[in-house]
Design a protein around this ligand. Structure first.
Ligand SMILES: CC(C)(COP(=O)(O)OP(=O)(O)OC[C@H]1O[C@@H](n2cnc3c(N)ncnc32)[C@H](O)[C@@H]1OP(=O)(O)O)[C@@H](O)C(=O)NCCC(=O)NCCS
Length: 395
């Protein structure tokens, strides 16, 4: 029998359980829950390195990410883990490099993750490309006028409506996930004994927003609980205000809310009754442009920008991306063609930050990720101009 490859899917239940045990140890959880978590992904979404047993592993969320109004296929990478006794010996890098090579060959145009060790991912061509921002507010400070918008409990029958509102609201933002089934499950999943509320906002019977939230008592025995909003998504400001006013109705029994919003969200203006909106947590996610041609041609662009330039791209990990490129944008469609010569030199990490709209060419020059001729910088800036990238999800 042929020896199994060093990198690949778990070869059945024993390897799956071995990876689940590594994840449980790594992320300080119980083996039973992590076994269920890993199993739910299915073997096709798990990757391991094997040697004398399972040495390392990761999980894949297959989904999309919105850029320029279009959903670009991406793999969200999570559960990257090496047992402590094997750390620092190059296994993490080997696993991630093998995964990128697989993606380049067969997979999506992009990969995205929340890094615990940014340097590991940077060394493989990833770069910070957007944020996730959690805000904490006192319920007493929220607006109280629902403005004639009806809020009613959501049921499972409203699922398609909820997803439609999510997509309408987030499609034209940069970096928000085109959520897969597994990401929707994460949004809805609640710890045991934590009630989840789901509500729809309607104007004259037409859905204009939805709300998913948990009621959490962090301090046992305390009377008041806190509200953790998973999704507060509205198609306009009136619907946002109405849902905040709905949350404010919990203020006799709840003290504070946390909600996840873009740092630039117009929602913030609704919250700024106290002038200060404390950020409880800001995390940054990284992006990897896995296949330059597919990534550039799949995203959306402004139909009002026509520009053409040449670039020399540096990519040591995926040499198929490296070398001379021509980027030509017209009528909202990019054509990325390999060949030619000339132009500035751009590191693939810089391309990720530019692609997402996280950094401008001037910032990339300051970071040393864009060097050489600068006569194409204004064209690059115009091509990739867009809203500041963020996403509401953590995975
Ligand atoms: C992070 C992890 C997967 C890296 O695997 P590893 O086999 O230990 O890493 P490698 O030996 O391949 O190191 C590669 C690079 O990662 C970075 N790195 C690794 N461990 C690190 C640590 N503890 N702190 C900071 N950087 C670290 C370094 O840049 C290192 O490069 P260098 O050796 O040239 O300095 C592993 O340490 C682990 O499982 N940690 C706990 C879980 C975790 O943090 N997962 C990541 C979630 S995104």
């Amino acid at each position: 029998m042929a020896k199994p490859e060093r990198y690949g899917q778990p070869d059945g239940d024993a390897e799956l359980r071995a990876y689940a045990a590594i994840v449980a140890q790594t992320f300080a959880g119980d083996i039973q829950s992590f076994d269920e978590w890993v199993r739910a992904f299915g073997l096709e979404n798990l990757r391991i390195l094997r040697g004398d047993g399972v040495l390392a592993g990761l999980t894949i969320y297959r989904m999309g990410q919105f850029f320029g109004g279009r959903s670009v296929p991406t793999w969200g990478i999570a559960g990257v883990a090496v047992p402590p006794e094997l750390r620092g010996g190059g296994l993490g890098r080997e696993l991630m490099a093998a995964n990128l090579a697989e993606q380049f060959e067969h997979g999506p145009a992009l990969a995205t993750l929340y890094p615990a060790v940014p340097e590991l991912y940077r060394s493989l061509g990833w770069e910070f490309a957007g944020v996730r921002c959690s805000l904490r507010m006192r319920l007493a400070d929220l607006p109280r006028d629902a403005g004639g918008i009806e809020i009613r409990p959501a049921t499972i029958a409203d699922d398609a409506l909820i997803r439609d509102i999510y997509t309408r609201r987030h499609r034209h933002e940069s970096g928000c996930l085109d959520r897969s089934e597994r990401i929707w499950e994460r949004v809805r999943r609640a710890p045991k004994d934590t009630p989840v509320g789901g509500y729809l906002a309607l104007r004259d019977g037409t859905p204009v927003g939805y709300l998913l939230y948990l009621q959490k008592r962090d301090v046992p025995g305390r009377f008041a609980f806190d509200i953790a909003v998973r999704d507060l998504v509205a198609v306009d400001a009136d619907a946002t205000r109405a849902m905040l006013a709905f949350l404010a109705r919990h203020r006799s029994v709840a003290r504070e809310i946390t909600l996840v919003a873009s740092p630039h969200d117009p929602l913030l203006r609704e919250l700024m009754r106290t002038q200060e909106v404390p950020t409880e947590l800001q995390m940054a996610w990284m992006l990897r442009i896995v296949c330059v041609k597919d990534a550039l041609e799949a995203r959306g662009y402004s139909p009002h920008v026509s520009a053409k330039l040449r670039i020399t791209l540096l990519d040591d990990t995926l040499p198929g991306n490296a070398g001379h490129w021509s980027f030509e944008l017209a009528d909202g469609q990019m054509r990325a063609t390999q060949g030619g010569k000339g132009g500035a030199t751009l590191d693939v990490r810089g391309l990720a930050a530019l692609y997402a709209g996280h950094h401008s060419p001037a910032e990339l020059r300051a970071a040393g990720l864009l060097t050489g001729k600068n006569d194409g910088d204004s064209a690059l800036a115009a091509m990739f101009a867009g809203p500041a990238p963020w996403m509401p999800d953590f995975f």
